[in-house]
Design a protein around this ligand. Structure first.
Ligand code: SF4
Length: 374
């Protein structure tokens, strides 16, 4: 395996997770359909694309589509019949490393990857292909947005997003969970009238509801948008109130995804509080991504637990009452438990199940059509 030169500060984190035996790896043939692949790679921290022959360029196209249209930000590895002359093109379309079938050419690969200063084909990261210098529309381009926010603080990202980029068309989603106060406090300093979307599933802890009221009042947030599941749908689909146990995905769809879908057209962009250190599929979280055709801004993606704790202390923010009892990530009472031992921050969610996310940050089944229609 040979490392290419593409710069990205998430790589050491992903490498550490893979070395520890964690993280999902997806293998794709170079001729895979990118729309189908964009669904398959959700939650993956590394995607391997296979090149069957060195003169078969479909793997380059697939990589470009995953980076630029699907917003994939994890690790991308090229495997198969590749030659050193292809190093620059691999970098330009967003590969991080290459595992070529032909061995013994390490010196040639090292020379090839530093030979050119400009890119002529679509790429990712700091590389802007020449033909786009004149025609580029940064406001439509995920790579440009991520480059724009690369060195900004979360507060700077939020200010730009709220006051410049998506004025009047942006909201923050908040669970009013263990870390929610940080992002909400930042929002309150910029514009306390920013809509705050709160999904009340009907299964929340009483402490969460109390914390929501306390935090909203204390921070002076003036535009809380409370979403609840459709009562008729709940009566029909969860009449025994056990759907969370029988089919938690269906329950999250009923109580979270569909209520959010009902208002999502009101906004061009939604802010989330997700962070890479939460692990799992979040390890590869970009600052800006596109889900089902809508922008998600994750200003705290780069922050770790220490940074969050430091912010709480600096501004003396109130804590969720359940954090003292060992709850590190807080959702519905039916599906949330305290973290045991050295478990990771989200290990108390959906214990004993493969489920790790509720679905509001995942592409819908017809995501490909949404992306294609943009
Ligand atoms: S977290 Fe559990 S109770 Fe809450 S909506 Fe999802 S499955 Fe249902």
């Amino acid at each position: 395996m040979l490392t290419l030169d593409r710069k990205d500060d998430t790589r050491p984190i992903i490498d550490a997770q893979l070395a520890a035996g964690g993280g999902r790896i997806v293998e794709l043939d170079g001729d895979a359909d990118w729309r189908e692949a964009s669904t398959e790679i959700v939650g993956a921290v590394r995607v391997d694309i296979r090149f069957p022959k060195f003169n078969d360029g479909r793997g380059f196209s697939l990589a470009t589509q995953l980076r630029e249209r699907a917003g994939y930000a994890g690790k991308l590895r090229a495997v198969g019949d590749l030659i050193p002359d292809q190093a620059q093109h691999l970098i330009r379309v967003g590969f991080d490393d290459v595992d070529p079938d032909r061995k013994g050419l390490e010196a040639d690969w090292a020379r090839a990857r530093t030979r050119f200063a400009h890119a002529y084909q679509p790429g990712r990261g700091n590389v802007t292909p020449l033909f786009r210098h004149r025609h580029k529309r940064p406001e439509d381009d995920l790579a440009a947005l991520n480059a724009r926010y690369r060195d900004m603080t979360p507060q700077e990202i939020l200010r730009d997003a709220i006051e410049n980029k998506w004025v009047g068309k942006i909201a923050i989603m908040s669970s009013f969970g263990a870390e929610a106060a940080v992002g909400l406090h930042m929002i309150a300093q910029i514009d306390p009238a920013t809509p705050v979307i709160f999904l009340d599933t009907g299964r929340l802890f009483a402490q969460t509801e109390q914390y929501q009221r306390q935090l909203t009042d204390q921070l002076g947030l003036t535009n809380l948008r409370l979403l609840t599941p459709d009562a008729d749908a709940v009566a029909e689909e969860d009449n025994d109130e056990r759907l969370w146990r029988r089919d938690p995905d269906a329950c999250c769809t009923l109580r979270k995804v569909r209520p959010l879908d009902g208002i999502i057209g009101d906004y061009d962009a939604l802010i989330t509080g997700r962070k890479r250190f939460h692990g799992g599929g979040r390890m590869a979280l970009p600052v800006v991504e596109r889900i089902n055709g809508r922008i998600r801004v994750n200003p705290l993606a780069n922050w770790d637990a220490a940074a969050i704790e430091g912010y709480f202390q600096r501004f003396d923010l109130p804590r969720h009452p359940l954090t003292d009892m060992g709850y590190a990530s807080i959702g519905c009472w039916t599906c949330t438990a305290p973290v045991q031992g050295n478990g990771d921050i989200r290990s108390g969610r959906w214990i004993g199940q493969s489920k790790t996310e509720c679905g509001i940050h995942s592409p819908a089944q017809n995501a490909a059509e949404h992306v294609a229609a943009e």
